[in-house]
Design a protein around this ligand. Sequence first.
Ligand SMILES: Nc1ncnc2c1ncn2[C@@H]1O[C@H](COP(=O)(O)OP(=O)(O)OP(=O)(O)O)[C@@H](O)[C@H]1O
Ligand SMILES: [Mg+2]
Length: 584
Amino acid sequence: MSVASRPIFQRIALLPSAVADQIAAGEVVERPSSVVKELFENALDAGATAIDLAIEDGGRQSIRVSDDGSGMSRDDAVLSLERHATSKIHSAQDLVGVRSFGFRGEALAAICSVSQLEIETALDDGAGTLVRAAGGRVVDVTPIARRRGTTIRVARLFFNAPARLKFLRGTRSEWRAILDVVGGMALTRRDVRVTMTHDGKPALALPAALSLRERLAAVYGAEFAGRLLEVDDVLGTTHVAGLVERPADAGTATRRVFISVNGRAVRDVGLVRAAESAYRSTIPAGVRPTLFLDVVVAGDVVDVNVHPAKAEVRFRDRWPIERVVENAVRRALGNFESGATFGRTVWPSPATAPVVAPPVDVEALNDKAPTPNDGLFERDDDSVPAPPVVSPPAADVPPLVQLRRMYLMFEHEHGVVLIDQHSAHERVLYEQFMRTIDDGEQPAQRLLFPMTLHLGPAEADAFERHRDLFERLGFEIEGFGGHTLLVRAVPMPHPRFDPERCVRETLASLTGDRETGAHARHERLAATVACKAAIKAGDALSPGEMRALYVALRDTTLPAHDVHGRATIVQLTWDEIDRRFGRR
Ligand SMILES: Nc1ncnc2c1ncn2[C@@H]1O[C@H](COP(=O)(O)OP(=O)(O)OP(=O)(O)O)[C@@H](O)[C@H]1O
Ligand SMILES: [Mg+2]
């Protein structure tokens, strides 16, 4: 008989409840930070307005959480350590749309089963109760005097579970995990004052803050918080609000992601991915942005009881919610204000002034003046001053100056803005090409004399693989035997467009580009052709061309970002300029 098939246990027996609690504790209490999370949530559920934490040795020695919430009676304090003891729900129906953080009635029991735990609590200032317990058993209950509220101290976590103790990391690593948890909780409930010490030293002091930006400033610093972009969108019963990173800043510092659903911090890959897809074409693949988003949905479309530590939720139908998240973030990236900045962007605090409207509101401007995309660079010639062609009315466009034949400059309410002419035109053409590919219209221009291109084998192969897309972009190209192509028609973005160079360079950069998803292939081709077809640094632009480029850029959905993950726009704020001149 093999070892594996020999029956080891013959009888079924119910486990003693202390063992059952320890097993359950494995799900809820993984490390000190999970204890902190449970105690913090209990304090919030108790209606605390201030929470103070004292951590020793990364939480391995002791974790103390004090609140000024409702407190507990003597009987409740003892009962709270029992499994399935909760004041938050009474029936299964209460689970639907549950608003409290806790509802399972097992956190304190689980924590108590693997630690030495003390509860000091009072319903009102004066008479209170001290409950001491260890390894899941109450040791004694004594009356004490204290203020209203509760203090729970968890000492020597896993003292009776050596196997678990071995899995604890070093002090620094456990402390960092605690900071993350408390930082996250502090973001979900910004109205609560939070302080924390580590080994007696102050580590966090967060005043009650009204806005996410203020709280982020308190946790991560004003500079960091000041650079983030505001997201705020409602669709139906879904509301998405928060702050996200400027594409130009993505990948430059530690990435932070925080998502809450109905006020509960969650890990949700789907929502994160939806927010990230809003950055498509503004940051290079692989770079991931910092995100802080609060998602609020109707209580009955989300199930919060799917994870022992409630770190995940399940949506009845997640697709529409993800779309709202993506659109909300995309809209935040869609104005000039989201471009790169020099120096700090100073945001007035909402307590004193409303958040500044973006200086150029793309949405509102979209309806005005037809986009002169096709006529963008018509009839212009360096030697002949161009008559103002199909350029937009000057009133709608600020005076523009060209610098070093590379940048356009203008001023607006918040500072000086520089536009990179090549990147900007690239963005304009990219969006135009993507529309062309999607809608299938072909603004092609037949060449008087077809152009013959002799290609290398790799380029010819790249052409074959992208032939359909070239055609949809407005190229009319035929094979001409061997590796020779005959180009009969091309899209004409502007008169300086050099069709031969564009096709050659596009094919050269597509070689070695192995098959990816259909959409990615579209984007790749549109971005490559846009890059090759766009006006270059060094091209002198007439005033009419500058205005046309400005308007065409403003009318794109993501004007402030080029298609390679760089900025098309850089702002130098008046604030920064004033600071440099010592005026502030
Ligand atoms: N800080 C506190 N202030 C007031 N009451 C508390 C506090 N902490 C716990 N309690 C009481 O003890 C009960 C048990 O807490 P416990 O965390 O074990 O369960 P829960 O919060 O109800 O559910 P969950 O296991 O999902 O966290 C709570 O329902 C609450 O009534
Ligand atoms: Mg709880």
